[in-house]
Design a protein around this ligand. Sequence first.
Ligand SMILES: [Fe+2]
Ligand SMILES: [Fe+2]
Length: 336
Amino acid sequence: MGIEGAAPKPPAPRGPYSAALLRQLTEPPGPAVGLPRPPSAQILGDDLQLALYVCYELHYRGFDEVDPDWEWNPALLAFRAELEQAFLSALRAATTPAPLAEQLAALLTEPADGSGPSHFLRKSGERWQAREYLAQRSLYHLKEADPQAWAIPRLHGPAQAAFAAIEFDEYGDGHGDRAHAKLFADMMRDFGLDPGYGRYLDLASAEALAVVNLMSLFGLHRGLRGALVGQFAGVEITSSPGSARLADALESLGAGAAGTRFYREHVEADAVHEQLVRRGVIAELLRQEPGLEPDIAFGLAASTLLEERLAAHMVSNWSRGQSSLRGPLPAEVAGR
Ligand SMILES: [Fe+2]
Ligand SMILES: [Fe+2]
């Protein structure tokens, strides 16, 4: 099954709250009396991040044998709102965003002694670590640009036009076989991974879930459109050099042409997107709505925090020769 496949199977629970939610979703939509009030304290852990992820996934592809009407069930939305409030509070408590201009300037200069996964993989990575990286990242990249697409009707005029131009590129410029999600699926196949949508959800760490949950949270709330633009800008501005390193790393780890195309494409595309997002999206949005500046700064800082958390999780495990996933990846399947 590729990225065009049917809805994935629901994941395995990771604790009492995700278990209660997943049990509830096997029933027809209703008052959802089986959903307990989630605590706020463990919001970044596996159980609550998975619960939030499952709630959001109902807005993307849903799950096999889960009634699509759960998407707008009021009881389920109330449960999700509690998770979201806890998530937002934790992020606000953990960030003290620098002024936007300062953060944007800092993104343009990479530290020479970078320590993220792209540096690790290029310097001393092994093929199993590259496969883990792709599996962790597949949660987002197999639906690349989808969480941000929700922001399009919440922007207007030139900011909307520039934002939509970037999204159009992400979706393949009118060619489905060039969509970034499709290029990612092709790369997974090249590394002997199953590109089925949601295939590695059970193996992905809480840190990987949080990165995707943040985009869904920002995308689905109009009141957080500034934060969504901040998150989007962070990705587009920093992606080009990291993508170049990843393409080189994957090539040295045995990638074929399909195994580097996704990152090579991002070296070029995101150099253009960086300009578009700064001058077209952020500058125009601030001209229309100057009051959004702190929200954009918050979205950028929160996204950076969660990305760094995921990066540290992977690199610290790999440095000890340990897996960053929650279980072993199946052996490579021939796919070229
Ligand atoms: Fe992309
Ligand atoms: Fe991009």
